[in-house]
Structure formats: structure tokens, C-alpha cells
Design a protein around this ligand. Sequence first.
Ligand code: DP6
Length: 327
Amino acid sequence: MTNTVGQSTTARANANIAFIKYWGNIDDALRLPANPSISMNLDGLFTQTTVTWREDLAADQLTLNGQSAEAQALRRVSTHLDALRQRLAISGYAAVESANNFPTGAGIASSAAAFAALTIAAAAAAGLTLSERELTTLARLGSGSASRSVPSGFVEWYSGATHEQSFAESIASPDHWDIVDVVAIVSHAHKTTGSSEGHQSANSSDYQTARVAGASDRLVVCKRALLERDFATFAEIVEHDSNMMHAVMMTSRPPLFYWQPATLGVMEHVRQWRADGLRVCYTLDAGPNVHCICVRGDMEQVREGLKQLSDVQDVLVANPGGPAQII
Ligand code: DP6
């Protein structure tokens, strides 16, 4: 057994926004995704988690934003800790304290930041020094998108056919491209169907096969545009990939409609602003809020434009962010 009992370790991980989306798994238990994906870490939108392995506990404990966590959240964390205990030969249970610095229900995927921070803190608290690659595979077991919150900046997650092959790595540092995520919050409500359930129903849409078949090609186009800072190509492929994922969601059985009327309104404005010359495009995760990705020089206009829209309740801004870290 490898752990250093009683030692507390704190880690911090940023949320991320995908430009080429992960939707559906070839193996739900291992979270081996149906297709590779690309994302950008969101600077300043993070989860901070402290883990202490203890031999005196009869079960794992979880505090979320200062309060004892609900059973469902504890179960998911404990299942992930089981995987870490087994794969890393750690003994004992863990006391976990976790907090997000962004509002819950703001449409920022918290599971990516949460499971990246948890994995890193748990391994370090056990006295283990693991490679970044291994940490991305372990974080993936807790939440697929968490693998992308471990490395720095702009990140690619290779789908892989085995646990070891399905890892993420940085393809460019945060300062590679001065683009910004301006998030238009149109609803603070909690979504009724979470991503994990959604992934499991992806294959019930006839469109999933077509979406997956084209994903690697879209990724190549997106990656090249990102590396060459070619915003026009980037914008088109990012919107298209998001639309493809939502087409699958809407045609799954039962269907998943994450868009609200206000969502479509913001999407139309973004397209119009781009036609008018602003370098901005949209992408949406499993929720109604619209991530408007823009070049920094056009950010103020995008932010002001969004604030003018009566359906937009709030606007958050995030720059490209760094890697998950022990603090
Ligand atoms: C729509 O990583 O949240 O945000 O692996 O079940 O935790 P689990 O799912 P999750 O799925 C993210 C889906 C997405 C697209 C993306 O981030 O690539």
C-alpha cells in the first residue's frame, strides 16, 4: 500500500470548453469516448479540492462548497475513489473538501474541473508522483471531459481503444492564441438530464454514427485552424461540430432538448455579428447557455452586444487557462 496516511493535499483545476465535442462512449464504464475531442481550459473558472486519506474512516466523506454533499454526488466521488484505490493500491477512505469558484448552475461544466482536481489531489495525497498522461487517463474515469482539464491551455483527448491509450495532452499553451470564452447565461436552472445519461443514449440517434464518422476529420480542421490562428475556419467548424452534437441529442430516444428559445436567439446574433465582421462563434455543451468564442480584440463588442439582449441574464468571461496543479 502506497499512501501517506493523514497528509492533506489540495489541487486546483480549471473547467474547459470543447471545440470538437465528446458525446457517446464505446465503453461507458471506462469512459472510452466514441470520438476524439479538443478543448480550451477556462482560466479562473476552477474547482479546488483537498483530499486526506484516513485509516480511521468507515467511508469516504465529501464536502461541496462548505456543505455536506448529497448522496448522489458522494456516490459518484466514491466510485471514482474506488477506481483510484484499486488502480493505485491506495488503502483507507478519503475526506474530500471541494469548492467551485464559479456559480453552480451557470452552465459551466463542473465535472471536468471537479474530477481533474480530485484525481490530482488524491494521487498526491497518497504520496504518488504520476505522469501527466497517467493523470489524464485516471481523471477520465471520473468524467470524460476531466481528462482535458489536466494539461495546459488547448488540449486534445485521443479517443483510444484501451484505458492507457485514451489520454489527453496539450497541443498549444494558453498564450498561443488570444481568444476568449464569453459565456451568455440564459438560464441558471439545473439541467434535468446530465451528460453521463446523455452519453448512454447517444447511439439511440441515427445521426450519432454520422457524427462520429466525421469527428476525426473535423478535429483535423479545427486543430489546424487553432494552430494557425485561422479564426474564419475555426468558427465554422466549431459551430458545425456543436450543431452536430445537438442534432444527435435532439434525435435521441428519449430526445434531449438543451436549447431554449433564448439560446437560439443568442446563436442567431452571434452569426449575424460574424457576418458583420466580428470574430466570434458559438458552441454549446449539454445546457442552454451559449459559449461565445471570440478574438480578444472583439471581446468588448461581443460582451456589450450580449448584455443588450433581454434574455441574457449574466455574462462570464474566461481566457485560455493553465493546467491542473497542486497548490
Ligand atoms: C457536452 O465529461 O460531462 O460537455 O464523462 O459522463 O462525466 P461524463 O460526461 P462529461 O461530458 C461532456 C459533454 C460535453 C461535450 C464536451 O465537453 O466535450
